[in-house]
Write a protein that binds this ligand. Structure first.
Ligand SMILES: Cc1cc2nc3c(=O)[nH]c(=O)nc-3n(C[C@H](O)[C@H](O)[C@H](O)COP(=O)(O)OP(=O)(O)OC[C@H]3O[C@@H](n4cnc5c(N)ncnc54)[C@H](O)[C@@H]3O)c2cc1C
Length: 386
């Protein structure tokens, strides 16, 4: 727990953590303090992570969180997973987003829907950071309406399980660095499924590096496939997409990390800065912003933990994962905005981290389903009555 965080913080009392999970999170915190936070500005300026980041993430176990121990992974609870996403985001939100997507969507896919042969071929190397991963659903014409995917997969004669893939994907995290992309493609006019596509092949072509206002170190790209070979993972579209439920809890964890870091930085600054012969934190209007920030962090953390605990109990988390992501992402945007306000003019400079957190926070309201889609999911569940 940060020195500045009041004792009411839920950070110190994470429910249902095993001894192994708690030890893992202590290692993640140490990794973030030593290897992540000190480098976050440099990575943003370079708009990339250094190549050795994958080996470092692997050495802490951050590339194996969602893989069961019997498959050689860390087999962590969802509670530990979302807390790890939170801790990483306190150091670098872009790295948190990458690790969240790799664990929930990419590794989760191979674990749940991969064949034995596919797991045998890829899992170990992915967990060691030797095979880098990305998850490709979004296309130029298919965003919130994911069923509009046009990328088409056609079986290759005489090659069991292999398909020729044609189409284009956009906004894919780590897409330009990945060795293997888990790709959603259409197999008929009415059906979609998922494929493992290696990028080291002539049919795969990077079209654009997409530069964003936040999470700038993350390699966001657009790419094209022309008869690229993909290995079918037998699953329906609904099954593949269901991975987004745990995914959204990971993004919620990222958002809580951003909110908490912004709240802490604003508190620290308000204690140091004096105007009108008093500290900013002694002014009631500033206190209102500090209070709102810590209330947001507390509420977002409670929803996050409720969602993670439900996942760990094997319950359906469709609604709670949307609630958690929606609330946490909007809280992160409110907290970072307040944090800039408390920093005044300095908050708008590149010398203070709050402006970066504010830009990074925006992604959490858009990635893995924008806020409007989360509200739609929540409302639908209540209207249906389940
Ligand atoms: C940095 C970054 C990383 C990303 N990484 C990945 C990745 O790794 N893999 C991947 O597949 N995708 C990724 N995405 C894509 C992301 O998931 C989409 O951007 C998101 O789902 C929204 O789709 P869209 O951008 O096409 O917006 P659109 O679907 O065009 O929506 C635009 C806006 O319209 C409104 N809207 C849309 N539909 C509705 C509705 N039904 N009701 C009410 N309002 C609505 C919302 O306000 C929405 O923000 C990433 C995006 C970013 C920015």
């Amino acid at each position: 727990m940060s020195a500045t965080m009041p004792n009411t913080s839920t950070a110190a009392v994470i429910p249902s953590l095993s001894e192994g999970d708690a030890k893992f999170l202590a290692e993640v915190r140490e990794f973030v303090a030593k290897e992540v936070l000190p480098n976050t500005r440099a990575w943003e300026d370079a708009t990339s992570f250094p190549d050795d980041i994958w080996g470092k993430l692997a050495s802490v176990g951050l590339l194996a969180m969602t893989v069961p121990t019997e498959m050689g992974g860390r087999g962590l609870s969802c509670m530990a997973y979302v807390e790890a996403c939170k801790e990483l985001a306190k150091g670098d939100p872009a790295l948190s987003m990458n690790v969240a997507a790799i664990n929930a969507l990419c590794l989760g896919h191979i674990v749940h829907f991969g064949t034995d042969a596919q797991r045998e071929k890829y899992l170990k190397a992915c967990m060691e950071g030797k095979v880098k991963l990305a998850w490709g659903l979004t296309e130029p014409d298919a965003g919130s309406d994911a069923r509009r995917v046009k990328t088409f997969a056609t079986p290759i004669d005489g090659e069991e399980g292999m398909y020729a893939i044609n189409g284009e994907k956009m906004f894919i995290t780590n897409g330009g660095k990945a060795d293997l992309i888990i790709l959603i493609a259409r197999t008929s006019d009415t059906e979609l499924s998922a494929f493992l596509m290696e990028t080291d092949q002539p049919g795969f072509e990077l079209v654009d590096r997409i530069h964003t206002i936040g999470v700038r170190a993350s390699n966001t790209v657009r790419f094209k496939m022309t008869n690229a070979k993909g290995w079918h993972t037998p699953c329906t579209f609904e099954q593949a997409i269901s991975l987004l439920y745990r995914g959204r809890l990971g993004i919620a964890g990222m958002a809580v990390g951003i909110a908490e870091k912004a709240a802490e930085l604003a508190l620290d600054y308000s204690k140091q800065r004096e105007q009108f012969n008093r500290r900013l934190c002694d002014m009631q209007s500033v206190q209102n912003m500090l209070a709102d920030n810590f209330l947001d962090v507390e509420a977002a953390t409670l929803l996050l933990h409720k969602g993670a605990a439900a996942y760990d109990r094997g319950e359906n988390v469709t609604t709670i994962s949307s609630m958690s992501k929606l609330f946490a992402s909007e809280a992160a945007n409110r907290c970072t905005n307040n944090a800039i306000q408390i920093h005044g003019g300095r908050g708008m400079t590149f010398d203070f981290l709050v402006e970066k957190l504010w830009r990074d926070a925006k992604l959490t309201e858009i990635g893995e389903g924008c806020s409007e889609i989360q509200r739609m999911v929540i409302a639908k569940q209540f209207i249906r009555g389940n």
